[in-house]
Design a protein around this ligand. Structure first.
Ligand code: SF4
Ligand code: SF4
Length: 284
């Protein structure tokens, strides 16, 4: 069976300090880095021994791609014949030399542009490196109205075939005017889909069947949003617990979750770029 794993180890530091960061700011000690490295190594070894088709998506609590071990993880996984895709969420600040040793056709990059923490020129240059390598990627911003001009400027700088998403802020941190909504939708045709909490209770979702989330201890869950564990990835016969199961949450409001909600039909919209949020060309 083909399996997609959203991996989130203990690493939670970041070289940026966005005020709107949903994750706790934390500076790892050497020992904490060592714990994260051991967890990652165990996960990579497991991936190497599972010979059936596999897709891996690193969704860290912070910024992982600046750490050499995660760059090497992308290289290692992309070179495995049974790995179909290895993707990562990143602020795209890291050096990208590691792509030289990856199979770029299997790498996916979900890059978030944080206008307060990087220069547009630098961010655009980084996307040009991804394009030159033939890596599948998407870029986007957190959808605060204050970022409208930065978003527009970025959109203008990038080729039209680069998908630029806007991540809707669904908390009370942002309130949208009709003009904001229309503007964001004019840049990202999928913004209205993202700016919704999709009813999911009892609905069919690939979470817990062909898609799971896994933490640094190997604890597997249906997704990042359902806390009940399914078991431990590293236990023998773990995969026997994977089966079709209805969602137990009322709604699903995050792209990395609802893309697997069957009734939304988003496998067809995103195709092979589903993990890195890169839709088929006709949608961009
Ligand atoms: S780049 Fe991402 S992880 Fe880092 S501070 Fe900003 S939102 Fe948080
Ligand atoms: S619909 Fe969302 S919350 Fe429910 S199992 Fe799927 S990913 Fe998880």
């Amino acid at each position: 069976m083909s399996l997609t794993i959203l991996y989130r180890g203990p690493l939670s530091s970041c070289n940026y300090g966005c005020t709107y960061c949903p994750f706790a700011k934390h500076h790892e000690t050497d020992e904490e880095h060592a714990v994260d490295a051991r967890a990652l190594e165990k996960f990579l070894s497991w991936c190497e021994t599972r010979k059936a088709p596999l897709r891996v998506f690193f969704t860290p609590w912070g910024e992982a791609l600046t750490q050499r071990r995660y760059q090497q993880a992308l290289t290692r996984l992309s070179q495995l014949p049974h790995v179909e895709k290895v993707a990562i969420q990143t602020n795209l600040s890291a050096r990208l030399d590691f792509l030289e040793t990856c199979d770029p056709k299997k790498v996916g990059i979900w890059a978030t542009y944080h206008p307060d923490w990087t220069k547009e020129d630098r961010f655009v240059e980084q996307t040009e490196r991804l394009r030159a390598k033939g890596v599948s990627f998407s870029v986007g911003v957190v959808g605060f109205p204050k970022f409208r001009s930065a978003l527009d400027s970025l959109r203008q700088r990038l080729p039209s075939d680069v998908y630029v998403w806007v991540n809707a802020v669904k908390s009370s941190d942002a309130s949208y005017t009709d003009d904001d909504l229309a503007h964001f939708a004019s840049v990202d045709p999928l913004f209205p889909l993202n700016n919704a909490r999709h009813p999911s209770l009892g609905r069919a979702c690939a979470g817990g069947h062909t898609v799971i989330s896994v933490d640094g201890d190997g604890v597997a869950r249906s997704c990042h949003f359902i806390k009940a564990p399914l078991g431990n990835l590293y236990d023998a016969n773990f995969e026997q617990v994977l089966k079709p199961r209805p969602c137990s949450a009322a709604t699903c409001g995050c792209h990395i979750g609802y893309v697997h909600l069957e009734y939304l039909g988003l496998e067809q919209v995103f195709g092979a770029g589903i993990l890195e949020r890169n839709p088929r060309s006709e949608v961009r």
